[in-house]
Design a protein around this ligand. Sequence first.
Ligand code: ADP
Ligand code: GLC
Length: 491
Amino acid sequence: MSALQEPRILFITSEVYPLCKTGGLGDVSAALPAALRLQQTDTRLLLPGYPQVLAGVKYKSKVAEFGQLAHYPPSFLLSARLSLSKAENIPVFVIDCPGLFQREGGPYMDALGRDWPDNALRFGLLSKIGAILASDASPLAWRPHIAHCNDWQSGLTPAYLHYHRGKKAATLVTIHNLAYQGVFPPGTVVQLGLPAESFNMHGVEYYGNFSFLKAGLYYADHITTVSPNYAEEIQTDNLGFGLQGLLAARKQHLTGIINGIDTREWNPATDRHLVKNYNNLNLPDKAANKHALQQQMGLAPDPDIPLLGVVSRLNHQKGTDLLIQIAPQLVKLPAQLVVLGSDQAELEHQFSTLVQTYPGSIAVRIGFDEGLSHLIEAGVDCFLMPSRFEPCGLNQMYSQRYGTPPIVHATGGLLDTVVDYNPSTLADGTASGFLFYPMQADTLLHTIQQAIRAYHNKKNWQRLQKNGMAKDFGWPASAATYRQIYLSLLS
Ligand code: ADP
Ligand code: GLC
C-alpha cells in the first residue's frame, strides 16, 4: 500500500480509555484511532507502560530495547493489542520503563494530587521514543508516515525529529487543552538530550523556561485543535495562555476539527450502566433512570422536580464554582443538583459542604466513577457545563444523545456543538440546549430558570430532547478530516 492509499500513523498519547483515563483525551485516544483505522489508515498507538496499561493490553511481546538515551533510564518496547470491543483490536506500542511508569497513583500526579517530580523525564521518554519510531533510527520494520502527537506530553517528538538528520515522518500536534503546557526549568534541555541551541524563542524556550507544548507547536508540520471555535480563540490574548502570538503566526498550519463521540459506548438504547435503556421513541423510559439516580444519591424521589447534573473535573476551567454561588437560589426554584467530580481539594470540600446544607436537594460524589457518569447523563433533566473555556467538551455531546439538554457557557467547542433554544431554533428543529453568556453567576441562574420554564412545557421539551438525540456526533466525519490533513502533509 502506498502512503497516499493507506498512510501509517503513530498516534502518541499519555492516556487511553478504558485502561487509563483522566478526561476527554482518554476517550479521544481510543475512539479516534479506531475511526481512523476504518478509513484506510494503519493507525497504531504509542503509550507509557503504566501498571494498568501493562495489565490491560493483550498479546504483549518485546520488540525493541533502548539502552541509555540521554539521561533516560533503559526501557523496552512492547508490541500489543488494545481491545475496545470484540471486533476492534488496535495495535499499540507500550514503553516498559519501570523506573518511570511502574507506580501507584495517576498518570500525571501522585495520590495526593502532586505532579510527579520526574514528569519531564517520563514524558520526555514518551516523546523521544515516538521520534525514534518515526525515523530511520527505528529498530522496527513498521515505520509511520505521520507522528500524531497529543498535548504537551508528546510535544517534544517534533523537536527531536527536527534535529534528526536522517529520514523522518511528518508531524501533527493536536491541542486538547492549551492550559497544560509541560513547563520545566531551563536545564531540562540538556537533561533531555536536546541541543542547547534549541533553547531560544525560535525553539523550546518559553518565557525563560523549557516548554514541551511550545516546542511541539513550534516544530510541528501542522497543528490541530479540537473545535473550530477554539482554534480561533487560542489566537487571542484572552485564551492563548501566552502562546497566542505563535499560534496566530502559524494560523495557515492550524485547523480546528471537532471531536466526535464513541456512539456505541455512549448509547442510551444499549448502555449497560443504565437501569432502563431508552431511545427517542420511548423517552418516558428515561424516567426510571432519574428515579434510580435520586435513590442512589440520596435525593428526594420526585419525578417532576427538575434535576440538574454535572460530571466534571472540579477546577477553575470548568467553572463549577458558579454553581456553589447559586446553590441557595437553585434549591429554591425548586431544582435538585447532582455532582460527580474531583480535582481541586477546595472545590471538592465546598461541594461536599453543600450536601450538609441542602440534604435531599444536592447530592455530591467526589471521585471518578465511569458507571455513575453514564447514569447521570441519562437520569438528569439538564446537564450543566459552565466552563470558563472548553477546547471541545464531550459531555455536552453525550447529554444531547441521551435526551438531556445541556446548559453551557458560550465558549470553545460548546458553542460549536450546542444550538441555543429560542422560538426560531425550536421552529426549525435545531434547538438542542441552552447557551449563556457572559460567564457570570446571575446569567447562569437566569438561563437555568429559562431551561426550567421550557422543561415544564412538555411538548416543547420533548422536541428539544429529540433534536439533540437525532444529531450526528459520530467520529467518521472528523476522522476523514484528519485523514485529509495526513495526506496533505505527505504530498
Ligand atoms: P476534560 O477532558 O476537559 O476533562 P471532556 O468533556 O472532554 O473534558 O471529557 C471529560 C471526560 O471525562 C468525559 O468522558 C467525562 O464523562 C469524564 N469524567 C470527568 N470527570 C469524571 C468523573 N469524576 N467520573 C467519571 N467520569 C468523569
Ligand atoms: C481536553 C479539553 C476538552 C476536550 C478533551 C478531548 O481535556 O479540556 O474540552 O474535549 O481534551 O479533546
